[in-house]
Design a protein around this ligand. Sequence first.
Ligand code: ADP
Ligand code: MG
Length: 204
Amino acid sequence: MLDDAASRRDLIKAVAQEVIDHAEELTALDQAIGDGDHGVNMKRGAEAVLADIDNLAEKTLPEGLKAIGMALVMKVGGASGPLYGTFFMTLGKSLPEEPAPADTVAAFEAAFQAVMARGKSHPGQKTMLDVLAPALECLQADPSASAALCTKVAEAAEATIPMLAEKGRASFLGERSIGHMDPGARSSALIITTVCKTLGAAGK
Ligand code: ADP
Ligand code: MG
């Protein structure tokens, strides 16, 4: 899986482009319950990654993921930059160069735990963790069930709509945070779905 630079490049490009294509939607979600910068933040990170794509794709999978994580910490900013940065850096630290499915599940779990530690947060608080947690459960049940994972993360992002925000800027709104999808949950779902679809289409 992802053992050549061309397939790593295709994946990086697909994910970054998906984030850029959805920047306005992510901003609109953040306008409803935050400060309206999530799309701009994520787009800035994705553009920085695209600007360095050849170098990133040449690296081994773990080193490339670590470099992407560092780029996101530096470029995305806000609350989500350090959290996404932590997620990708931990994936890079945890994955071997040629991961078996069980390695991917273990690395995803380590990355999820690292985001919780960094955010001092847990699932149920209307954040990206409400997509990452069910994604992890789905992977643990069957690491190869990519269609099920896509459905699960889409549903999980929708399921943040009735939740009360307890972390980040949205928590300042209290009850008024109810009725809107969490922007970070939506961006996490977009990223996970694009990874699944790109790897699935490439038969990886
Ligand atoms: P900011 O809130 O600083 O403007 P962004 O708008 O880029 O940053 O990101 C907001 C998203 O970050 C939220 O929708 C939520 O998913 C996520 N988030 C914020 N704080 C936390 C936290 N403590 N733990 C997990 N996720 C968080
Ligand atoms: Mg924001």
